[in-house]
Design a protein around this ligand. Structure first.
Ligand SMILES: [Zn+2]
Length: 253
């Protein structure tokens, strides 16, 4: 059912959380918009101005690698200033109360970890843009190192160990999904008795399959999103209101 208003939706959600033992959250861009992070896919979003650079182009030319890094550095002011919002803090409170075994996220902004949830409990389907790694040997690089190196040489640096290409630890278009994260997401989805799909339009696959997997496995499915989603019809509760407003009552501190 679609909640007729914010208060009714939030009350029903509180009842469902109360009765659940394993609440798993599946989060998308909508949970981070109140933190100042734009939804790249939204009209007027970054990706409507610059089409994302596909993975094969990144691999294929120095120019594409340089441009990818220039764009990442241009976003750094926004990304490094962002702090967890009410939705992140509410989920962190549920985690600390023992109710929430983990989060599956489409976001790359690191804000669930910044809210106090340990890194291994956050399953990042599309990676993390707050650090970088060598595509060949996996060596981790901090963004500051990449920026300093870029500023000195004028070009995207290569790995000091193996000369491999260094890229943010995100999954680019055309790059295969990370097997460990996919496995972790499946474990979380099938262990949930309540799945909260928050701030995702549920159109990006295979990520969107996890709420569906939870529902088919018997979990109660709640969708909290400003806009309607393709899964509204199968959800047990749909709340079309502001995520922070809906979730703020779960913030413990
Ligand atoms: Zn390397």
């Amino acid at each position: 059912m679609i909640a007729p208003d914010l208060e009714t939706g939030a009350e029903r959600l509180a009842g469902l959380v109360e009765r659940s033992e394993a609440v798993v959250a599946f989060t998308g861009a909508g949970i981070s918009t109140e933190c100042g992070i734009p939804d790249f896919r939204s009209p007027g979003g970054l990706w409507t101005k610059h089409a994302p650079i596909p993975f094969d182009q990144f691999l294929g030319s120095q120019e594409a690698r340089d441009e990818t890094w220039r764009r990442r550095f241009a976003m750094d002011e926004t990304l490094s200033k962002a702090r967890p919002g009410r939705g992140h803090r509410a989920l962190a409170s549920l985690y600390h109360s023992g109710k929430l075994p983990g989060i599956i996220t489409q976001n790359i902004d690191n804000l669930h970890q910044a809210s106090g949830i340990p890194h291994p409990k956050v399953c990042e389907l599309h990676g993390n843009t707050s650090y970088a790694a060598c595509l060949d040997c996996g060596k981790r690089y901090e963004l500051k190192w990449v920026k300093d190196s870029f500023d000195q040489s004028g070009r995207a640096p290569e790995c000091v160990e193996c000369d491999g290409y260094i890229k943010t630890a995100t999954i680019a278009f055309g790059q295969s999904m990370p097997p460990a994260a996919m496995q972790h997401a499946e474990e979380l989805a099938t262990s949930a008795d309540l799945l909260l799909a928050i701030g995702s339009s549920l159109v990006v696959w295979p990520a969107a399959g996890f709420p569906l997997m939870a529902k088919r496995n018997g979990a109660t499915l709640v969708i909290i999103n400003r806009e309607p989603t393709d899964f509204d019809d199968i959800a047990d509760l749909v709340i079309h209101h502001d995520i922070g407003d809906v979730l703020s009552r779960f913030i413990a501190d």
